[in-house]
Design a binder for this molecule. Structure first.
Ligand SMILES: [Zn+2]
Length: 427
């Protein structure tokens, strides 16, 4: 079984939109026009070609060699070469998927159904492909990192973000998916079999490394979590200068669990009071941190009065433990307040992972598969009736996508041969 597209050679494939197949076949016989068309397309994207590290990219491009894609009925694929650094780029027309005999229109339907939560097996049935072929396609998309694709869309690296782990299962083993979300976009979706801080650190570090590669001066200002110990520890290790906030909505959900053996109306009343407290603290801009400390003390006293000393003491200790994280949220107006969008992302993934149990074998390419799913999450437009209808997450967050076609965007943005860096400073 081939383990997808791992290559020692650098992948310099580029997907080019030739508008229609007839145009492509006409251009095959005209080297000059072919090159001009490719270069015009690259220019229209605002991208550059990924030359070798030593190359300034100022050299000429020339048509280099071609090969025939047997599995696609002998479609001729051209390669082009930089005359300076000798880097070779494989030019895939829009109607061909890298290494795959599947046509993009077939892949489009299958991926959309996967994204919608249909099982791989059923997606395969409606598209007349094998479930394994679909699995490998998602993995292949996932070999290009999220940070690379998102920065290609012009999104700035997230200075404030949400971080949390999704708990899932790989067969009977518990696994965790460390996640970084900013608004409607997933910046990291990792995979670890261990809930310890060291394992989470390793996963979040992959995001950090990718981000710093894009922008060496990248600094995180604030992260919102649900307060899980391993998460907090790993983020503190990786982003020592960042403020760590705790989700206020999560605090509200946790409170009733701190109140034992009391009638339900009392519990509801206390929760309402706590809700009002947090809400008011958010309204009072400059005073809100000071006001919150005082109000939290009063609230614990109130719990003692209403629900007894044991409950009062439990709430007091809980507040003591969490309040720094709540202060952080209230002190910095740019900090995200709740992790709702992160929960939505996890819920969306949950349906797919559940539908995919058969592929959760320990030897699978979990990381690539998850990254592939995350690309779909970021780039598939919302449906017609939804809020932000017709836009994908990247666009909602202010990013640009290369074309109006999400499948083509996916092909272009996960290509290895593009880079989005502005012109090198040597010019
Ligand atoms: Zn070059």
């Amino acid at each position: 079984m081939r383990t997808t597209d791992r290559q020692t050679r650098e992948n310099r494939t580029i997907t080019v939109d030739f508008q229609n197949e007839a145009t492509y076949f006409q251009l095959l016989d005209n080297g000059k026009a072919f090159l001009e068309c490719v270069l015009a397309f690259v220019l229209s994207l605002g991208f550059q070609l990924q030359h070798k590290a030593t190359c300034r990219g100022g050299g000429c491009l020339t048509r280099h060699s071609h090969y025939a894609r047997v599995r696609l009925g002998g479609v001729t694929i051209w390669r082009i070469q930089c005359t300076t650094c000798k880097a070779v780029f494989t030019v895939l027309p829009h109607f061909v998927l890298r290494y795959r005999s599947m046509r993009p229109d077939v892949a489009r339907d299958a991926l959309l159904a996967t994204h919608g939560g249909l099982s791989l097996e059923l997606c395969a049935v409606i598209s007349h492909i094998s479930p394994m072929a679909l699995y490998r396609l998602v993995c292949a998309l996932g070999h290009q990192g999220l940070v690379t694709v998102l920065t290609r869309c012009g999104l700035p690296l997230p200075v404030y973000f949400l971080a949390d782990e999704k708990h899932s299962h790989c067969l009977t083993d518990k696994v965790y998916l460390p996640t970084v979300v900013r608004g409607r976009v997933l910046w990291h979706l990792g995979y670890t079999e261990n809930a310890r801080a060291a394992a989470f650190t390793k996963s979040y570090q992959e995001f950090q490394r990718a981000a710093c590669q894009q922008e060496p001066s990248y600094r995180v200002r604030g992260v919102l979590t649900d307060g899980f110990d391993s998460t907090t520890k790993s983020l503190r290790t990786l982003f020592p200068g960042a403020r760590l906030g705790l989700c206020l909505r999560h605090a509200l959900l946790k409170l009733p669990k701190k109140l034992a053996a009391i009638p339900s109306p009392v519990r509801t009343a206390l929760r309402t009071r706590f809700h009002t407290l947090l809400y008011r603290a958010r309204q009072r801009k400059s005073l809100r941190v000071f006001a919150l400390g005082q109000r939290l003390r009063h609230f614990a006293d109130y719990v003692t009065t209403m629900a007894g000393a044991a409950n009062g003491e439990r709430v007091r200790r809980w507040v003591q433990d969490k309040k720094a994280g709540w202060y952080t949220v209230l002190a910095d107006p740019q900090m995200p307040v709740t992790s709702t969008v992160l929960d939505q992302a996890h819920n969306a993934l949950e349906r797919k992972l559940f539908a995919m149990k058969g592929f959760h074998h320990p030897g699978g390419s979990q990381q690539a598969f998850l990254t592939g799913l995350a690309h779909l999450y970021n780039l598939v437009p919302y449906q017609r009736r939804a809020q932000h209808a017709g836009q994908c997450g990247v666009e909602v967050e202010g990013g640009r996508v290369p074309t109006a076609d999400w499948m083509l965007n996916l092909q272009i943005l996960t290509s290895g041969g593009y880079q989005c860096a502005p012109a090198p400073p040597h010019h």
